[in-house]
Ligand binder design. Structure first.
Ligand code: NAD
Length: 263
């Protein structure tokens, strides 16, 4: 898609230094939006990403807000508004994972997952709401998961946070239903990113199998297509949700999961 239908819009994408968030940042930049990057990583690598996106002809800035900290989240929206003029697309994407049965799940991992994967979306949405209402246009896109719709063992905090963000998505969609602001959730299945590579490596060493075999097993266990979804596919859906064709998609949870949640 070469049309710059998001020219003049500004998007804040949390956790966009890697994986799905980066795929979304590239897709929205490709449609012409200015981009505020966020996330952790090595300073030089992040600056290279910022330059790469700015090189496509859109304004691009970076803010290192820690999404577990409400004051940092407010600062992220302030920085986008100050440096790029406004924030009219918010993609709540930053997320972490931890895998253990409830009886052994460290309480501090529970707290961190709820803070980053769920509460951050509330704080960021709250911080952008007034300016979106003032312009009567906005897009809030929450990156939930197939685990927002169904559960898996050993992922209590993640599944709780992802079910929670789908609830938050519906409430924001209802509160903004008569405005030009929409709020929706995208529910990816397996996407091959560093977050998933770690789980593949853990399975390979736990079961003493090759990484390639662990990868196949992990995908086939859940995903009838047998294929990973890609950051580009998630990015393209996020970009579509920012078009006028999506004006009446409100409060939806949209799976991109190779059939996982159809079962
Ligand atoms: P990733 O590990 O590649 O990227 C996560 C991003 O979040 C990185 O930029 C990281 O720096 C950032 N981040 C982590 N903690 C942060 C914090 N405290 N403050 C700011 N940024 C922080 O992971 P990913 O797979 O791209 O995951 C992105 C989102 O997609 C997550 O919400 C994840 O739950 C969701 N998701 C991923 C998959 C998958 O299969 N990869 C499936 C469904 C949903």
């Amino acid at each position: 898609m070469t049309e710059k239908y998001l020219s003049g819009r500004v998007a804040v994408i949390t956790g966009s230094t890697s994986g799905i968030g980066l795929g979304i940042a590239r897709a929205l930049a490709g449609a012409g939006a200015g981009i505020m990057l966020n996330g952790f990583g090595e300073a030089a690598a992040i600056e290279a990403l910022r330059k790469e996106i700015a090189g496509t002809g859109v304004p691009c800035a970076y803010n290192g807000a820690d999404m577990s900290k409400p004051a940092d989240i407010a600062g992220l929206i302030e920085a986008a508004t100050r440096e790029l003029g406004k924030a009219d697309i918010l993609v709540n994407n930053a997320g972490i994972q931890y895998v253990a049965p409830v009886g052994e799940f460290p309480a501090e991992r529970w707290d961190a997952i709820i803070a980053i994967n769920l509460s951050a979306a509330f704080h960021a949405s709250q911080a952008v709401m007034a300016q979106m209402r003032a312009r009567n246009w906005g897009r809030i896109i929450n990156i939930a998961s197939a685990h927002g719709l169904v559960a898996s063992a050993n992922k209590s905090a993640y599944v709780a946070a992802k079910h929670g963000i789908i609830g938050l998505t519906k409430v924001i969609a209802l509160e903004t239903a008569k405005t030009g602001i929409t709020c929706n959730a995208i529910c990816p299945g397996w996407v091959l990113t560093p977050l998933v590579q770690k789980q593949i490596d853990d399975v390979a060493s736990r079961d003493n199998i090759s990484v390639a075999k662990a990868k196949d097993l992990l995908v086939l266990e859940k995903q009838p297509s047998g294929e990973f979804a890609t950051p580009e596919q998630i990015g393209a859906l996020a970009a579509f949700l920012c078009t006028e064709h999506a004006d009446q998609i409100r409060g939806a949870s949209l799976p991109v999961d190779g059939g996982w949640t159809a079962q």
